[in-house]
Design a protein around this ligand. Structure first.
Ligand code: SF4
Ligand code: SF4
Length: 180
């Protein structure tokens, strides 16, 4: 039949040599590759005994930050929610009352703050959008859960421990990420 294109190429079939016909040479070549890999450094990490170092650009669980006096940084401005491409963040703002100056840094604060981790793609845009250094992505994993509800993180799950009353827990939660 007439070929429609000129792309097809005729392959010349060479007769096999003696070595090729007993396949020993190819078996040795294959075994040599296998042995070479046996002496290479194993890429398997023996987790949890051995923990792998995170990449410097790793983004994990979100943390709602406090200032050095333990006051919440977030002013519920909503910029993180607007920046979030997955629409994973919601919040409710409230006005700071007299006597609450030690709890909240600004006159407005987030009475409720929620992140849906099932939607989150850990892009870090919320952190970049925040003008108050109130949210950052830590080096911690979001823990597993059996229920979808378990992945809706409220303010109580996200808020960093108070550095004044719980300095050790604060330092552990802070990790190396935040600039503050
Ligand atoms: S990391 Fe990205 S997807 Fe996740 S909450 Fe922040 S902006 Fe949204
Ligand atoms: S975390 Fe930052 S950007 Fe988001 S509401 Fe609070 S202050 Fe605004």
């Amino acid at each position: 039949m007439q070929a429609l294109t000129t792309r097809a190429k005729q392959v010349e079939r060479k007769p096999l040599s003696f070595l090729e016909s007993i396949y020993l040479w190819n078996i040795f070549k294959g075994m040599a590759i296998t042995f070479k890999h046996m002496f290479k450094k194993q890429p398997t990490v023996q987790y949890p005994e051995v923990k792998r170092e995170f990449s410097p650009v790793f983004r994990g669980l979100h943390v709602l930050n406090r200032d050095a006096e333990g006051r919440e940084n977030c002013t519920a401005c909503g910029l993180c929610a607007v920046a979030c491409p997955a629409e994973a963040i919601t919040m409710e703002a409230a006005e700071r009352l007299e006597g609450e100056e030690k709890l909240y840094r600004e006159e407005k604060y987030a009475a409720k703050y929620e992140i849906n981790m099932l939607r989150c793609i850990f892009c870090g845009l919320c952190e970049e959008a925040c003008p108050k250094d109130a949210i950052y992505l830590s080096e911690t994993f979001a823990p597993a859960s059996y229920a979808r509800k378990g992945f809706i993180y409220g303010k109580q799950d996200l808020l960093i421990p108070n550095p004044v009353t719980h300095p050790v827990e604060y330092a552990a939660a802070k990790g190396n990420r935040s600039s503050n």
